[in-house]
Design a protein around this ligand. Structure first.
Ligand code: PGA
Length: 242
């Protein structure tokens, strides 16, 4: 079971460091039955990486650019992120698709760049409210998964199914019911294979987390807002611990 925490741009440098030091002192986290990964902002990344050395928690990046090279002002490439100690990187998060206009092709390039740099990409996919209403969910997921079709069998990556409409702040914040989550996860597993971990994301909190993690097709959760405060993050990890 995985619990990945996407801090997005919620926390500044000091807030990130305070939260991480609280997590490191927390008994709930010490007893965590799940693999915990933190995805801080690029600014706080190195501090978090240092703080987590020698612990059971992992650190990942929220974004990498699609190609190698140095002449790319404002960007971080996959090599740089790996060199800074990242194990994982999110690619194709719906907020980047929507706010930064990232396309399926760019996401596919980021995904390949992550694999080439030895990072484990977490490919984020999900349908919008309009696609859901139009009955296009499976077609959309299939298109977003096209990038994995040509992968060698032994490629190590993960998928996060995040219905865009269910994400706090960028969607309605309504969580997806477990039946829909279960059926989409099975659909994804049928495409990528049982060996690829598939996480669920979208308004996951301490109250609903077990309804997802108790499903056999859900290998973990990708949590945004509920991971950004000690109380709500601890409660979520404690619920999974039970
Ligand atoms: P949320 O975000 O838990 O705040 O809905 C999840 C995500 O976007 O990864």
């Amino acid at each position: 079971m995985y619990i990945f925490a996407n801090f997005k741009a919620y926390l500044d440098f000091a807030e990130t460091n305070i939260l991480v030091s609280q997590l490191l002192q927390s008994e709930v986290f010490e007893r965590a039955s799940a693999t915990v990964g933190l995805f801080p902002s690029a600014l706080a990344f190195s501090e978090v990486e240092k703080a987590l050395r020698g612990t059971d928690m992992y650190v990942g990046g929220q974004h990498i650019m699609a190609f190698e090279g140095g002449a790319a002002t404002g960007e971080v490439n996959a090599e740089q992120l790996g060199d800074a100690g990242a194990k994982y990187v999110l690619v194709g998060h719906s907020e980047r698709r929507r706010i930064m206009g990232e396309t399926d092709d760019q996401v596919a390039e980021q995904f390949q760049a992550a694999l080439a740099a030895g990072l484990i990409p977490v490919l984020c996919i999900g349908e919008t409210a309009d696609e859901l209403a139009a009955g296009q969910t499976k077609d959309r997921l299939r298109a977003q998964l096209a990038t994995v079709d040509t992968l060698p069998e032994d490629a190590t990556y993960m998928v996060a199914y995040e219905p865009v409409w269910a994400i706090t702040g960028s969607g309605s914040g309504k969580s997806c019911n477990r039946e829909q989550a279960a059926s989409m996860h099975q659909y994804i597993k049928d495409i990528v294979g049982e060996h690829v971990p598939v996480l669920y994301g979208g308004s996951v909190n301490s109250k609903n987390v077990v309804s997802y993690t108790s499903l056999p097709s859900i290998d973990g959760v990708l949590v945004g807002s509920a991971s950004t405060k000690l109380e709500s993050f601890e409660a979520l990890v404690a619920a999974v611990n039970q």
